[in-house]
Design a protein around this ligand. Structure first.
Ligand code: C2E
Ligand code: CA
Ligand code: CA
Length: 567
């Protein structure tokens, strides 16, 4: 093959005719065309005709743009013309379109021919067909990449792990595998639809890619599972922190804005595994442990995790069944009006007795239900059950009892919460004025506009909102003014401090005054002693709840209580 460089062409100064003869005589796979300075074709060799499927007559005199495929952005050719227009050689891969519409790829080098003043007066383009290579590249890309997110896929991950495994065996260097899983992805997918779910995953993949932009080590393992390979095991904690912090920002997908969180399980080779399979399995186990432990978003594998996970899985299954089979129960604790000493309402509290596990306290299984996503179904069940019960009691005994339901911050933040409540109200026919939602002060601390809006809508329906466990979250006064609430529930911890030797009395008194100044009603919870009651009454607290009056009671016992009290 001839060795042509721009300088050699210009130096030798062949006549156009001579060049054409040379190229015509070259019986190789090289594709050659010559155009004038405007791009009009003045010469093509046979191979050019063959690949473009145009006859020579159809091509000569035509603008070379005839072959444009539309594949490249306009800027691509603008750059090319800028280069050759200056008299410099240009080289690149171009996708052209043949006469029959088919696309073909050519590696192209264009040499400008310069006139005496140094300006190009014609261009020779020499091309080689690379279509086959391109297809192979494309096929390999598809095979090893995830279509939705563009990330390398599981197959590619397996390759990488094999390589890392052998390298680690050779060099003794460790590497870590992060198993990253979206918490409650099912809720996003089911609640907002698969299209939104997909768009969320794309955005999530982009964020993960940014965390890892230097090393190309993020893989999509499965629907909402991603894997990161980290060679620098000293950076495990930093990396986990970086990944988690990426989720501090809300996701905006179409018209939805929401937060998503993840759980990460990490295993190290060879510390935690002898094989690639085991490494993946143990990272998965650690991920599951991270998911079940509240507030711990990443976990390094430990050998007893499997056992713990089995327990969580058992718990999840059992809780699921308890809900399905109506084994969960609500007990009701009366709230007393201190002025009249009568029952004005009751708080519904979940009870779960499992035949094997025994009594499971709600402050154990509620956080777990929040983690595994069962809380939404449980929440709906509680609201429905409590509303129906309150309606029955009020109707049967001609009462005006208001039932208070504890609402999980996770549940109230789901889309469609207000609509669901509206449905339940219609279905159970309860007057919303007899319905109260208790939301903990803690969960209001990192409130969002959306949460405030939801609460406003609930209040507009007629539902009373109370701030539960008040005093434990250290709300500032300013916050309190912004929260659209009706009732403050003073936490038991403050009531317990009402003893002469502690400064609790001053504290309670301040809280009550504060609530009244903000036009809020006050409920003190966990009242056990008469002495506590007296102090509360003295300082103007209007409602109390606690063992002093009654423990939470079953439906049967609560019925007896109201019948006796009101008759
Ligand atoms: P909470 O909302 O602060 O409920 C009050 C807790 O204090 C209840 O515990 C109640 O039985 C207990 N208590 C009432 N009076 C006294 C008293 O005088 N002394 C003492 N020592 N304790 C008293 P329980 O029923 O074990 O519930 C614990 C927590 O579980 C609740 O705290 C609430 O956060 C959560 N929970 C209960 N039921 C539900 C529910 O249906 N949904 C949600 N999201 N959370 C619930
Ligand atoms: Ca409560
Ligand atoms: Ca409380």
């Amino acid at each position: 093959m001839m060795n042509i460089t721009p300088s050699s062409i210009n130096q030798v100064n062949y006549s156009l005719k001579e060049l054409q003869d040379i190229f015509s005589a070259m019986n190789s796979s090289i594709i050659v065309a010559i155009t004038d300075r405007t791009g009009k074709i003045t010469f093509v060799n046979d191979h050019f005709c063959k690949i473009s499927k145009y006859t020579r007559e159809e091509l000569l005199g035509q603008d070379h743009r005839l072959l444009n495929s539309g594949f490249h952005p306009r800027t691509f050719f603008r750059e090319m013309w800028k280069t050759i227009g200056k008299g410099e050689m240009w080289s690149g891969e171009i996708c052209n379109r043949a006469k029959d519409g088919g696309l073909y790829w050519v590696k192209t080098t264009i040499f400008p021919f310069l006139d005496d003043s140094g300006k190009p007066y014609q261009y020779i383009a020499i091309r080689v067909d690379i279509t086959a290579q391109k297809d192979i590249k494309k096929i390999t890309h598809i095979a090893y990449h995830d279509e939705l997110t563009g990330l390398p896929n599981r197959r590619k991950l397996e390759q990488r792990l094999e390589n890392e495994f052998h390298q680690s065996r050779r060099t003794g260097e460790k590497f870590a595998l992060f198993f990253i899983d979206v918490n409650r992805f099912k809720n996003i997918n089911d609640g907002l639809g698969h299209i939104i779910g997909d768009m969320f995953l794309v955005e999530m993949a982009n964020r993960l890619r940014n965390v890892d932009y230097t090393s190309n080590s993020i893989y999509r393992h499965n629907s909402d599972e991603f894997v990161l390979i980290l060679n620098d095991v000293d950076r495990i904690e930093d990396k986990a922190g970086e990944i988690i912090s990426v989720f501090n920002k809300s996701f905006i997908v179409e018209t939805y804005e929401f937060y998503a969180s993840i759980s990460i399980g990490i295993s190290i080779f060879p510390d935690h595994a002898n094989s690639v399979e085991e490494l993946l399995k143990n990272a998965d186990i650690a991920m599951y442990a991270a998911k079940s432990s509240r507030g711990n978003q990443y976990r390094l594998y430990r050998s007893n995790m499997e056992e713990i996970n089995d327990k969580w899985l058992l718990l999840e299954t059992k809780l699921h069944q308890a809900l399905k089979n109506d084994i969960l129960e609500l007990h009701y604790q009366p709230k007393i009006d201190l002025k009249t000493n009568s029952i004005i309402g009751m708080e519904a509290l979940l009870r779960w007795h499992d035949p094997e596990l025994g009594y499971m306290p709600p402050d154990h299984f509620i956080p777990f239900a929040e983690q595994c996503g069962l809380i939404n179904d449980i929440g709906v069940w509680v609201i429905r059950k409590a509303s129906a019960q309150a309606r029955t009691w009020n109707d049967l005994h001609n009462l005006n009892l208001r039932v208070a339901v504890n609402i999980s911050p996770i549940h109230i933040s789901t889309t469609g919460f207000v609509e669901m409540v509206h449905e339940v109200i219609k279905e159970t026919n309860i007057d919303p004025h007899f319905l109260e939602f208790e939301i903990t002060e803690m969960s209001m601390l990192d409130y969002t506009e959306d949460l405030i809006n939801t609460i406003k809508q609930l209040r507009a329906l007629g539902i009373t909102i109370s701030l539960d466990d008040f005093g434990t979250g250290y709300s500032s006064l300013n916050y309190l003014k912004t929260f659209p609430v009706d009732v403050l529930k003073i936490d038991r911890a403050f009531v317990r401090d009402i003893v002469p030797e502690k400064s609790g009395i001053a504290m309670i008194s301040a809280m009550i005054s504060l609530a009244h100044a903000l036009n809020l009603q006050v409920v003190a919870e966990g009242v056990e002693e008469e002495a506590e009651l007296n102090v509360l009454r003295e300082h103007g607290c209007e409602y109390v709840q606690g063992f002093y009056f009654s423990k939470p009671l079953s439906v049967e016992d609560f019925t007896k209580l109201i019948v006796n009290r009101t008759m």
